[in-house]
Design a binder for this molecule. Structure first.
Ligand code: GKR
Ligand code: MG
Length: 433
């Protein structure tokens, strides 16, 4: 008789490492990216010495929840992911009240979203550990991959050539992009370096006519390539309809043209251009109203706040039931999250659009080998777990940057970063145009 090998999948240790990662001066409607952005790296170590990796937002409010959670996990099993999500983390609404951060760019802030954004990193780390213990890739734990590679779209941003003078920052070689020619040049660099054939432009930065001109320039430079424009809700219903009319022939979809489900529903009723969102449908509770009102045709998942990789699959199933498309958007992230996105994306049957990723903007990572794009796609690895390896020296270096920071960069604040370049700059009242 054969006996199954015994493994001890009890959690023996959880390590949390907050880091600051170099970021480029990318513009959005709330300001500009800081020179360094906070991320949290989670390591879950089993009694057998297997380590699973996870990554999420590193701002203070996430750390405050992650730290006590980490202490409670010792002695539990990495297999008990449902139990992990059932834990009461004691996150109350007052934690999010009056907080201003980039969360404004990813919909409502709520205690539950905060809780899920922390848990997702632990879920991914558990799945990574399970996969490593079993010698199976994470996608196998989610039912198996349906595709060999996952397509990503280039994420174009208006950007300054560098961060404001006098600010400590890492240089980047992308140059400025502040007009249609700059946007097209940036798209060309993306295509040359990574092979992307689908493009998303972050809008809401310049008056709509300038952004319409930029998308037109992209359509001329890259005929037939899918294009998206995402102003993060900066436009009124009227402006959204005008943009949809002018760009209707070239847009794959318009992403969050305006704020809130009722306004999105009005835009949706007045155009044939599909609307996508990572702002008005960001929690399961928001689905019913949006789908009932036909406010959106594509929901952009983000495993960090949709409850991890399993939550992402649940979202995709609901979208399928309602005939709503599904894809993924991203925030500044590193290779652990890109690997996690790729593993889950490989298992989602109804993924019909390229996912977007900030990863090419990150010159630094905590992996020994960066996740690679080939023809704009990431190959779905069959290596155990997420298939990535932590570079401990790099983790330590980026953590040192976090410990040495005086606190100004530990919470992402795009408006504050904008004010270092343009004193007196004020966050615009929405709708901006
Ligand atoms: O990084 O500036 C940014 C993006 O605007 C990000 O924060 C958004 O959450 O990329 C996201 C989006 O699709 O709206
Ligand atoms: Mg978006």
């Amino acid at each position: 008789a054969t006996t199954a090998p015994t493994r001890d999948l009890t959690i023996a240790e959880v390590r949390l490492t907050p880091i600051l990662v170099a970021d480029a001066p990318l513009l959005n409607t709330q300001g500009v990216h800081q020179p360094y952005t906070p991320r949290l790296i989670v390591e879950i170590v089993t009694a057998d010495g297997i380590t699973g990796l996870g990554e999420t937002y590193g701002d203070t409010k996430y750390l405050e929840i992650a730290r006590p959670l980490a202490e409670r996990l010792t002695g539990r099993s990495v297999m008990d992911v449902n139990g992990l999500f059932a834990l009461d983390l004691g996150v109350d609404a007052s934690r999010v009240q009056g907080q201003v951060d980039a969360g404004g760019l990813r919909g409502v802030q709520s205690a539950d979203k905060l809780r899920l954004s922390v848990l997702s990193a632990f879920e991914v780390a558990c799945l990574d550990a399970q996969g490593r213990a079993l010698g199976l890739p994470v996608h196998a734990l989610l039912g198996g991959r349906l595709r060999d590679s996952v397509e990503y779209s280039a994420y174009l941003f208006y950007k300054w050539a560098g961060h404001p003078a006098g600010v400590t920052a890492e240089p980047d070689d992308w140059g400025a992009a502040l007009d249609p020619a700059g946007v097209v040049a940036q798209a060309r660099t993306f295509k040359d370096r990574y092979g992307f054939t689908s493009f998303k432009l972050k809008g809401g930065v310049f008056p709509p006519d300038e952004e319409i001109a930029a998308v037109r320039a992209l359509a001329e430079a890259f005929p037939g390539h899918p294009l998206r424009l995402d102003p993060n809700g900066a436009w009124s219903v009227e402006t959204s309809l005008k943009v949809a009319k002018e760009l209707g022939d070239v847009l794959e979809y318009l992403e969050d043209p305006t704020l809130g489900t009722p306004a999105m529903a009005q835009v949706s009723a007045g155009t044939q251009v599909p609307l996508a969102t990572n702002m008005c449908v960001t929690t399961f509770g928001e689905i019913k109203e949006a789908f009932t009102k036909d406010a959106v045709q594509v929901v952009l998942s983000d495993h960090h706040y949709w409850g991890g990789l399993r939550g992402t699959r649940e979202l995709a199933a609901i979208c399928a039931a309602f005939g709503v498309g599904v894809s993924m958007h991203s925030n500044t992230h590193l290779g652990i999250s890109l690997a996690a996105m790729t593993q889950v994306a490989a298992t989602v049957p109804n993924l019909h659009h390229a996912c977007d990723t900030h990863y090419p903007w990150q010159s630094e990572d905590v992996l020994t080998e960066r996740v690679a794009f080939d023809g704009g796609r990431v190959a779905v690895t069959d290596a155990p777990g997420l298939g990535v390896t932590l570079d401990r020296d790099e983790l330590e270096r980026l953590h040192r940057r976090w410990t040495e920071d005086d606190g100004t960069l530990r919470d992402r604040d795009d408006a504050a970063a904008m004010r270092t370049g343009e004193p007196g700059w004020r966050q615009p009242v929405m709708p901006r145009w």
